[in-house]
Design a protein around this ligand. Structure first.
Ligand code: UD2
Ligand code: MN
Length: 576
């Protein structure tokens, strides 16, 4: 009798398993024995034809197929259950010293178990979700340069501890020419005896994360590649929702919610499921609030997969064949940056889908500054990578990047012809299509009459954001012809905008403020008259006027008098 009951097994196959005695877990009760039989069968390599692609599926929702036993909190050990670690005052000096090595609190990280326990942070609706029992296998690819031992191995352990064994093909660590001894032989020895195959590959010379990931991807034998940064922690149930989306549509690239592991205390802090990825005119990746449009499409269900305009870049799953079909990565990109927007635009424009699965949570240590070197200079590298994104994918909207980022105009982007050929070969859609269909809420206007500086006819000075934030006053100063804070778009929706902010006024005598664009007209609607050269505020009928002598940096809103002080030129001198 098994599991305390003496019922007959429901099939001879089930009986055979019971007789074998190995695979039967009483915790599941006898009713579940069919599942184990089925699981067994699938493990023997049954495949399934999905959208013309043959995928070998494996069982998931049987606890006994986990890669390792459930991790329980270790009483007394710092950081268990994702709690913050507190450093005693006498160790503060040491803490500060160690912080410099990786730009996070290494002393705290080293005090925490490599196996630390975490809360199950999922929404209730996620916990009760039933995923297809048959899911593809995945290989995890983690690239690193000079990563700390404890964060790297905690990433590895969190994958092992919280992934179903049958789904986890292997973990591939790619060392991008690290200069730390422990990442050599010691690492190779350590990973030998783990319950899941873990391999260490090494780049010959510093290649940057993009080419290091390409090296790792080549060795993948699973059906899905899952990329992670080297300082992550996966939580309960993180993997199944990612793989399940790829089963639905193999052209889905799917990210978890990226929770925050504090760089100060290593506390695990859940991130919002109401944010998605966007970008500003500088082509920095940024988080923004999910649009009402997308909430409506998901019928308000926060557990439903979220279509995101862009991804952060570090953490995602992608069908291995699709990864190559759609052009893997741009090998012309160095070290760090840009590849996340490149892949986001490419996936959407070339017929794929980019999602955040709100039921999958993975923590990541976000840092204030980068800990490693950028051979050739940080800004050169990032400007170049980003310029490649703009040149290949953004059509005329690349202008926004160049006007906003003066330094980028002088950077050599290198040869982008291969990537443009890829775009043509895959019959990818235009950036206009992307803005219209995927990201209508974007900071980049779909239609605009003008992009450049706005100069007063009398004073010859230019409107300038002075780098101020939303809610602060618009400024004005001499024209520098460099773009940046002096660039404004005059849009078809009657906005005058710089990056995220629009000129905004709520009374007929001003002040004129910079306020986050809302796209609803109202206080942010302006009309430029090409003949009398006025910029008129629609709601109040007042005109934008140059500052008076009492405050030379503060443009005014005044009743229209059609004098030169209210005349503005929208014709830039600068070239990009
Ligand atoms: C984010 C992404 C990161 C990447 C980057 C843009 C997340 C959580 N992170 O920045 O994955 O998309 O944006 O490029 O979405 N590395 C190397 N060689 C190098 C430099 C870095 O192997 O030359 C490794 C590094 O050790 C780390 C990974 O690449 O494991 C990502 O680097 P990061 O953690 O500095 O990037 P992050 O999180 O600031
Ligand atoms: Mn990172």
């Amino acid at each position: 009798c098994l599991g305390g009951s003496c019922k007959q097994a429901k099939s001879p196959e089930a009986q055979a398993l019971i007789d074998e005695g190995k695979d039967y877990d009483p915790a599941f009760g006898e009713n579940k024995i069919e599942e184990i039989v089925e699981a067994r069968r699938d493990l023997q390599g049954e495949s399934f034809n999905h959208q013309g692609v043959s995928i070998t599926y494996h069982p998931t929702n049987l606890k006994k197929w986990r890669s390792a036993p459930v991790v329980l909190p270790v009483p007394g050990q710092p950081g268990e259950n994702g709690k913050a670690v507190h450093i005693p005052p006498e160790q503060e000096e040491l803490m500060k010293e160690k912080f410099k090595l990786n730009q996070f609190n290494l002393l705290a990280s080293d005090m925490i178990s490599l196996n630390r326990s975490l809360q199950d942070v999922r929404l209730d609706g996620c916990r009760s979700k039933v995923y297809p029992r048959l899911l593809p296998t995945t290989s995890i690819v983690i690239v690193f340069h000079n990563e700390a031992w404890s964060t790297l191995l905690r990433t590895v352990w969190s994958v092992i501890n919280r992934s179903p064994k049958a789904l986890l093909k292997e973990i591939i660590l790619v060392d991008d020419a690290s200069e730390r001894d422990y990442l050599g032989k010691k690492l190779e020895e350590y990973v030998k005896d783990l319950p899941v195959p873990v391999y260490v590959l090494r780049t010959e010379k510093r290649s940057g994360l993009i080419r290091a990931r390409l090296l790792g991807a080549e060795k993948v034998t699973g059906q899905v590649i899952t990329f992670l940064d080297a300082h992550c922690e996966c939580t309960e149930g993180w993997l199944e929702p990612l793989l399940a989306r790829i089963v639905e549509n193999r052209k889905t690239v799917v990210c978890p919610i990226i929770d925050v592991i504090s760089d100060e205390s290593f506390e695990y802090i859940t991130a919002s499921d109401m944010t998605w990825g966007g970008f500003n005119w500088k082509l920095n990746f940024r988080w923004y609030r999910v649009s009402q449009r997308e909430m409506d499409r998901r019928k308000g269900d926060r557990t439903a997969p979220l279509r995101t305009p862009t991804m952060a870049g570090g953490l995602f799953s992608i069908d291995k064949d699709y990864f190559y079909e759609i052009g893997s990565y741009d090998e012309g990109m160095d070290i760090w940056g840009g590849e996340n927007l490149e892949m986001s635009f490419r996936v959407w424009q070339c017929g794929g889908v980019l999602e955040i699965s709100t039921c999958s949570h993975v923590g990541h240590v976000f840092r204030g500054t980068s800990p490693y070197s950028f051979p050739g200079g940080v800004s050169n590298i990032i400007l170049k990578n980003t310029a490649r994104v703009a040149e290949v994918w953004m059509d005329q909207w690349k202008d926004f990047y160049y006007v906003m980022t003066p330094g980028a105009r002088n950077v050599a982007v290198g040869d982008v012809s291969k990537r443009r050929e890829l775009r043509a070969k895959l019959h990818c859609k235009s950036f206009r299509w992307y803005l219209e269909n995927i990201y209508p809420e974007s900071q980049m206007p779909l239609d605009y009459y003008y992009l450049g500086d706005i100069r007063n006819l009398e004073s010859r000075n230019c409107l300038d954001t002075m780098g101020r934030k939303s809610g602060e006053n618009l400024g004005m100063t001499y024209c520098h012809n460099m773009g940046g804070n002096q660039v404004f778009a005059y849009t078809k929706r009657q906005q005058i905008m710089n990056d995220d902010n629009c000129l905004d006024a709520n009374s007929k005598n001003g002040p004129v403020k910079l306020v986050r664009c809302h796209g609803m007209g109202g206080n942010q609607a302006w009309v430029y008259d090409e003949v009398d050269k006025t910029i008129k505020h629609v709601n109040t009928g007042s005109c934008l006027q140059k500052p008076d002598s009492s405050d030379v940096n503060l443009p005014l809103l005044r009743p229209c008098n059609y004098g030169e002080g209210q005349q503005w030129i929208m014709e830039s001198d600068f070239k990009w």
